[in-house]
Design a protein around this ligand. Structure first.
Ligand SMILES: Cc1cc2nc3c(=O)[nH]c(=O)nc-3n(C[C@H](O)[C@H](O)[C@H](O)COP(=O)(O)OP(=O)(O)OC[C@H]3O[C@@H](n4cnc5c(N)ncnc54)[C@H](O)[C@@H]3O)c2cc1C
Length: 363
């Protein structure tokens, strides 16, 4: 076969969800992934939090897709018996000065359609997590944690069953527009034609645009890589709720929060800094800044934490730039019919995987 209806580039959680959803109604679909297996980048280097939708600008794709994606993901997890916990989270105001920001966050969440948000006094919040230090807190019950690898495995299995072809170890190296479609070249010198391309290439999605001949800077699609490290602790276990500080006011990150896995282990992260290379090493140099950040809401000593893992965010927001929304767009207006871009799919991308896939059906 040298021609298909749709090529999806990238087997992260977004490409897999797109493949599974589109395979219910579309023709031949080929999913290509440069790594030997799915989920080797952003989709397996994150906090595995099901976000509620409180943080994002009302009316943005992030806000709408997060609220819809949160509900869709819980249903999917229940339907497929995948481990998860709707534990809720506490966003903490460490002192009186931070209380207005907590109120503003609640208001924004309510405008986005997030339900059951509750402002608590510090003592009430400490009733939920006894070791917590808080002046006040916002309780967000719809936040949770889940096994994202199991979700990816299920999406891949179901897409395969519906006839999607998977090509791992296959890197897209060139994209040429043709009348009525595109020709894609791969690292093994094989070529393929496709009517449609769905660009789910995560950290490299701007490069895929460039391969096709799009002017990435004019379009505003240039990605900035932003790294986030995690530090682990053995001092705490089995927190009933996730604990977050107030988010960065410029929207770059959510602040160093607790990360609980489904086994009850606790880590802290992610921090945030821009990088120019793909380097998944985490070292000890960030220890003091982690401890300082965590001490705002928990007692912790330097000896209680050690470097764990990290992830890299594909951000459209560069240093000093205003907050940016996801780009999810069919590019006919730029002269690329049938080319669907997903660029800047940073957090809450995991939460939005199913709602993004639904949006792709409409596009
Ligand atoms: C530190 C961190 C914490 C996060 N925490 C959360 C969270 O708690 N909750 C949440 O909802 N979201 C979170 N996110 C965001 C979430 O992880 C991402 O939005 C999501 O994983 C993006 O998935 P993706 O499929 O777009 O990208 P990826 O998983 O990166 O997949 C893209 C794939 O494309 C492939 N690819 C690239 N170029 C090519 C090519 N030329 N040819 C073939 N294949 C190619 C790559 O190899 C890769 O496998 C976090 C992200 C980070 C970095």
């Amino acid at each position: 076969m040298d021609k298909v209806d749709t090529v999806i580039i990238g087997a992260g959680i977004i490409g897999l969800a797109a493949a599974e959803r589109l395979s219910r109604s579309e023709g031949d679909i080929l999913l290509v992934e440069k790594e030997p297996d799915f989920g080797r980048h952003c989709s397996s280097r994150n906090s595995e939090v099901i976000h509620s939708g409180i943080y994002y600008q009302p009316g943005s794709l992030k806000a709408g897709l997060c609220v819809e994606g949160n509900r869709a993901l819980y249903s999917f997890l229940k339907e497929h018996g995948i481990k998860h916990k709707r534990c809720g989270k506490l966003v903490v105001a460490a002192d009186e000065e931070e209380v207005p920001a907590l109120h503003a966050l609640k208001e924004k969440g309510e405008r986005n359609g997030v339900e059951e948000l509750l402002l608590l006094r510090g003592s009430e919040a400490a009733g939920m997590v006894p070791s917590l230090k808080a002046h006040a807190a916002l309780f967000v019950p719809s936040t949770g944690i889940f096994d994202s690898h199991a979700v990816m495995r299920e999406l891949e299995r179901s897409a395969r069953e519906n006839g999607v072809l998977f090509a791992y170890d296959t890197e897209v190296t060139a994209v040429h527009p043709l009348p009525g479609g595109y020709r894609l070249s791969f690292n093994d010198e094989f070529e393929m034609e496709s009517v449609r391309i769905i660009n789910c290439a995560g950290l490299w999605s701007d490069r895929i645009c460039e391969m096709a001949g799009m002017d990435v800077d004019t379009a505003g699609y240039r990605l900035h890589w932003n790294k986030g490290d995690y530090f682990k602790t053995a001092r705490y276990r089995n927190f009933e709720r996730l604990i977050y500080p107030l988010p960065d006011p410029k929207g770059i990150h959510l602040g160093i929060h607790t990360v609980s896995n489904l086994q009850g282990e606790v880590s802290f992260g992610p921090n945030s800094y821009y990088v120019s290379e793909l380097d998944y090493k985490t070292d000890d140099s960030q220890r003091l800044s982690f401890v300082t950040a965590v001490r705002r809401y928990l007692d912790i000593d330097e000896g209680d934490v050690w470097p764990d893992m990290c992830g890299i965010r594909p951000k459209l927001q560069g240093p000093g730039d205003p907050e940016r929304d996801f780009v999810i767009r069919e590019e006919s207006e730029r002269g690329f019919p049938g080319f669907i871009n997903l660029v800047g799919i940073e957090s809450p991308g995991l939460t939005c995987c199913l709602s993004i896939a639904n949006l792709l059906v409409h596009l």
